[in-house]
Write a protein that binds this ligand. Structure first.
Ligand code: ACO
Length: 463
C-alpha cells in the first residue's frame, strides 16, 4: 500500500519520463505529446522510445524502454492497444512506477480482457496505471504537460480531473482563454487502476492545489462506499466541486457507452455527494466560477454579507440570488448606515444593498469598500457595478484592487459582478488577474460566494 502511494507521488513528481511510441511525425499523438513535455518546460529526463528512430525532437530515442541507461519513473504509452501489454511487461521489468496509457481500445470498446491483463501486469511489478483511453496529464508546479492538448496551460491553484477525454482537452483550451490557472489536470479515462479517489487524495495534500474540480460520469461498480468515505477526508482539507454528467435517462445511457461507468441514478449521486461534502455544479461555467472564488478568496468566517452597488436593478437581482442560495444579507445597524451615508449622495441608500447610485464614482466605491472591510458586522462583500458614462470600469477595477490589497489581511471574501460592454470585460479580467473573483453578472458573483459560505457551514458541522 505504501508503495502504491509512493507511486502516485511519482506520477506528479517524476524524475524521468519515457514516451513509448514517441513519433517522428508531427500531428501524431506520440509526437505532439512529447513536444508538449519538452516545450512546456519539464526539467526531468525525457526518453523517447521508438524502434524506428535514433532521434526525435532533438532527443536521443531508444528502441525499447529496457535500453534506457537510467531509471524511469513514468512511462507514457502511445502505441496501439494490441502492443500495450508487451510494452507494459517491459516497463515492469525496467522498474517503472506508473504507466500512463493513452491508447484507446480497451474496456470502453468491450476489450475488458486486455484491460484486466494490463492491471495484472502492473500489480505483478508494483506499478500503477493511469488510463487507459486518456489524453494524458499535466502538473504545472513542475512544468509538466504530458497531454496532447494545448501546450500553454496556465499555472494556478485549481486542479481539474476529467473523466472525459475530448471535453477535458476542450476545457484545457477554455481555461487558457478564461485565464483560469491550473495546478493539475488529469485525464482519467477508463480508470482501470488509478481512479478519481486516488487522484483527489493526492491533491488534498498537494500544496499547490486549493480547490479540486471533477468532471465525473460515473464511478466503477462497487466503489460507492469507498468514494464517500475517502472523499469525506478530502473535503475536510479542500473544497471539491463535481459536475456529474448523465443526469437524465438518456444521459445515463450515453455514459454507459462512453467510459463504461455506471451512471447510477441522479438521486443516489446527490446523496453521496452530500454525505462526502462535495459541492455539485450543474454546468461547466458554474464549476469554474465557484473554483475561481475558492482559488483566490479565504474561507468566509461567517455568512453575514453586504451588497454594494451603483445600480438598483443589479442590486435586486443579487438580493434574489442571495435569498435563493442561502446567503444571509445583513441589516446594517444605525451606526453602519451612518457610515455608508458618507460614501454616497443624499439620495443613495445605506441599507443592504448599499446603493451608491448611478452617479457613483471611484471615490464612492473606495469609501464604501473601506467601511465594509472595517465593519465588524460584515463577513463578506459583493461588489456590483453597472456601466455608466461617468465611471470607467477599468478605473474602478484599479481602485478596487488597491483597496482590496489594503484590507486583504482581514480575511473577508470579496466577489465582484460587473455588467456592461467590452471595457467591462477588460475590468473583469483585471480583477481576476489580481485575485478578486469577478463575473459578468450579479447572480454568478453571489452564487460563487454562496458556495464558499456553504463550505464554511460544512466545515463547522464536521468539526
Ligand atoms: N514501442 C515504441 N514505439 C513503437 C512501438 C513500440 N512497441 N510500436 C510502434 N512504435 C512507434 C511507431 O513506429 C510510431 O512512430 P513513427 O510515427 O515515428 O513511425 C509511434 O510509435 C506510434 O505508433 P503508431 O503505430 O503509428 O500508432 P498511432 O500513432 O497511429 O496510434 C495511438 C497510437 C495514438 C495510441 C492510437 O492507437 C490510439 O489509441 N488513439 C486514441 C488515443 C485517444 O484518443 N485516447 C483517449 C484520449 S481522450 C479523447 O477522447 C480525445
Amino acid at each position: 500500500m505504501a508503495e502504491e502511494i509512493d507511486n502516485i507521488k511519482a506520477l506528479f513528481n517524476p524524475r524521468s519520463i519515457a514516451v513509448i511510441g514517441a513519433s517522428r511525425h508531427p500531428g501524431k499523438i506520440g509526437h505532439d505529446l512529447l513536444k508538449n513535455i519538452i516545450e512546456y518546460g519539464y526539467k526531468g529526463k525525457i526518453y523517447p522510445i521508438n524502434p524506428r528512430a535514433d532521434e526525435i525532437l532533438g532527443l536521443k530515442a531508444y528502441p525499447s524502454i529496457k535500453d534506457v541507461p537510467d531509471e524511469v519513473d513514468v512511462a507514457i504509452i502511445v502505441i496501439p492497444a494490441q502492443y500495450v501489454l508487451e510494452a507494459a511487461e517491459e516497463c515492469g521489468e525496467k522498474g517503472v512506477k506508473v504507466l500512463v496509457v493513452i491508447a484507446s481500445g480497451f474496456a470502453e470498446v468491450g476489450n475488458e480482457e486486455a484491460e484486466k491483463k494490463l492491471v495484472e501486469i502492473a500489480r505483478k511489478y508494483g506499478m500503477r496505471v493511469l488510463g487507459p483511453n486518456i489524453f494524458g496529464y499535466a502538473y504545472t508546479p513542475i512544468r509538466l504537460n504530458a497531454t496532447f492538448g494545448p501546450r500553454d496551460v496556465l499555472e494556478g491553484p485549481i486542479a481539474f480531473i476529467s473523466q472525459s477525454g475530448a471535453l477535458g482537452i476542450a476545457l484545457m483550451g477554455w481555461t487558457i482563454m478564461e485565464e483560469i490557472g491550473l495546478s493539475a489536470l488529469v485525464s482519467m479515462g477508463n480508470m482501470a487502476d488509478i481512479d478519481v479517489i486516488d487522484v483527489s487524495k493526492y491533491l488534498a495534500d498537494d500544496p499547490y492545489t486549493r480547490v479540486i474540480t471533477i468532471y465525473l460520469e460515473g464511478l466503477k461498480p462497487g466503489t460507492g462506499k469507498r468514494f464517500i468515505e475517502e472523499m469525506k477526508k478530502v473535503t475536510r482539507k479542500k473544497p471539491v466541486i463535481v459536475i456529474k454528467a448523465g443526469r437524465t435517462q438518456r444521459g445515463m445511457s450515453a455514459v454507459a457507452s462512453h467510459t463504461g461507468s455506471l451512471a447510477g441514478t441522479d438521486q443516489v449521486y446527490n446523496a453521496a455527494f452530500k454525505q462526502a461534502g462535495i459541492i455539485r455544479a450543474y454546468t461547466v461555467e458554474e464549476m469554474f466560477d465557484w473554483a475561481r472564488a475558492f482559488a483566490t478568496q479565504p474561507i468566509p468566517r461567517g455568512g453575514r454579507t453586504i451588497i454594494i452597488t451603483n445600480g438598483g436593478g443589479v442590486g435586486v437581482l443579487a438580493t434574489d440570488a442571495a435569498e435563493i442560495n442561502n446567503v444571509p444579507l445583513i441589516e446594517p445597524s444605525c451606526e453602519l448606515r451612518d457610515e455608508f451615508r458618507k460614501a454616497m449622495p443624499w439620495f443613495g441608500s445605506p441599507r443592504n444593498p448599499v446603493d451608491l447610485t448611478g452617479q457613483a464614482g471611484v471615490d464612492n466605491y473606495v469609501k464604501a469598500l473601506e467601511i465594509a472591510f472595517n465593519s465588524e458586522e460584515i463577513d463578506n462583500i459583493v461588489l456590483l457595478y453597472c456601466r455608466t458614462a461617468i465611471l470607467d470600469p477599468r478605473e474602478l477595477a484599479k481602485a478596487v484592487i488597491e483597496e482590496y490589497e489594503k484590507h486583504r489581511d482581514k480575511g473577508k471574501p470579496l466577489v465582484a459582478g460587473f455588467v456592461g460592454g467590452i471595457d467591462t470585460l477588460e475590468a473583469i479580467k483585471m480583477l481576476n488577474r489580481a485575485g478578486i473573483p469577478a463575473y459578468p453578472s450579479p447572480e454568478r458573483a453571489v452564487t460563487s460566494l454562496a458556495k464558499m459560505i456553504d463550505y464554511k457551514r460544512y466545515l463547522d458541522k464536521i468539526k
